[in-house]
Design a protein around this ligand. Sequence first.
Ligand code: FES
Length: 101
Amino acid sequence: MILVNELAFGVFNVSGAFFAIEDACPHAGASLSHGIVEGDVVRCRIHHWRFCVRSGTYLDERKPSCNVRSYPVRVVGEQVQIELDHKSLLKRNPKQDLKPT
Ligand code: FES
């Protein structure tokens, strides 16, 4: 997990390619970077929702409101850099985005 302006990002290494997504699970806010990674999928350790680390897509249902943001990443020397814009730095309340099913 990487913190920038109090926002947490999860960075994942998938066979040498790096990907960054917002770290807070939209279900109840658990850290996705502490989840279980299988290939390019991370499973939240609390209630097991699954997300693609490449795109941030929530994989268990077709429910775009549960996707997490993904961020462009580049490797410069030994650094993994995340590209952030103004929108990226706005704080998000994960529960705010959930819609009743
Ligand atoms: S907090 Fe992640 S699935 Fe519930």
